[in-house]
Design a protein around this ligand. Structure first.
Ligand SMILES: [Zn+2]
Length: 320
């Protein structure tokens, strides 16, 4: 009897153990997250292209980090808690100094769902105060539900969207381990709370989603007037290297910023003229030359809707 019981309990212990290991292995990140050095102290990791899927495990945005003798400053936390933990493990391969701050570029899922991994090791979260609008707004819950669906088990019931420990009001500058950091509020552009981080000694600018490199941007419902103002703020840093929120690092930030800037200006000029002359959108689109842009990546997917959204925006602006 005793033998039977212990055998049964041994089996159940084994079954439980198998279950626990399976769960632990299930949400392990198997995509490669590889830091690339872009300055004396500065690194970034580049997410995979495309939307969030189990193929990319939610790794479809960039993050950066800066190693100083007194601590590490991180810019964005990637799109799931295990990815955040993976980023920490990669930083740990390079340094043992404490990870002090995580600066949030903006409150979009692919940039903030990794925050809880950083919070768990005692890092302080900094974000622009207009990020509170997202935390209190209607988009936060449906997005979390969608990601729990698409990115399970990497995003699950334990995944939370964390508020900042320190909400930033205006522009902020600080020094850590002899490295100078400048944080600039460049929103509202991609979101109301967009911020960029500039590492002065390295000339490295972490720009978040305000920047698209070498391709036609997705304008969406963005207000292109404030977006242009954001691009001018980024240009003012005169960065040597720029890390966008998605895609490869730019070693010619001026050219890349100028491309986005000129494209937005061109949309506003051509669609603005059409609105002023009561030309319907279809005709305006057909009569506009897109020669300069049609060879760029994402032109086919984005240009027509960008032009249309700008046409609507110019109508609204003309009524003001
Ligand atoms: Zn975004």
């Amino acid at each position: 009897m005793l033998k039977k019981l212990s055998r049964a309990s041994l089996l159940s212990v084994l079954a439980l153990w198998a279950l626990v290991t399976a769960a632990a292995e299930d949400n392990a990140v198997t995509v490669a997250v590889t830091p690339v050095k872009v300055g004396a102290h500065s690194y970034y990791v580049q997410g995979l292209p495309g939307a969030a899927s189990s193929a990319n495990q939610g790794y479809m945005s960039n993050a950066g980090f800066v190693i100083t003798p007194a601590g590490v400053v991180v810019f964005d936390s990637l799109g799931t808690p295990p990815l955040g933990a993976k980023l920490i493990a990669e930083i740990r391969k390079l340094t043992t100094v404490p990870i002090k701050y995580v600066i949030v570029s903006h409150y979009h899922a692919d940039h903030v769902y990794g925050l809880q991994a950083f919070k768990a090791i005692g890092a302080e979260i900094w974000a622009q105060q207009r990020g509170k609008e997202y935390l209190a707004g209607p988009d936060i819950r449906p997005r979390l539900a969608q990601r729990r669906e698409e990115l399970f088990p990497w995003v699950d019931e334990q995944t939370k969207v964390l508020p900042a420990d320190k909400w930033l009001a205006g522009d902020t500058a600080f020094q850590l381990g002899g490295v100078d950091f400048q944080i600039r509020h460049v929103g509202p552009a991609h979101t109301p709370e967009d911020i960029a981080l500039f590492v002065k000694q390295d000339g490295v600018l972490y720009a978040g989603d305000v920047v698209f490199k070498g391709r036609v941007p997705f304008v969406g419902n963005a207000d292109s007037k404030s977006w242009l103002a954001a691009l001018d703020k980024l240009l003012a840093f005169q960065p040597k290297v720029m890390v966008p929120g998605h895609g490869a690092v730019s070693h010619d930030p001026k050219a890349d910023l100028t491309l986005t800037r000129d494209y937005l200006l061109y949309l506003r000029k051509t669609m603005g003229d059409a609105v002023a002359n009561f030309v319907p959108f279809e005709d305006a689109y057909k009569n506009t030359s897109w020669k300069q842009y049609q060879k760029l990546p994402a032109f086919d997917q984005a240009n027509r809707s960008n032009a249309y959204n700008t046409y609507i925006l110019m109508e609204k602006e003309s009524l003001k």
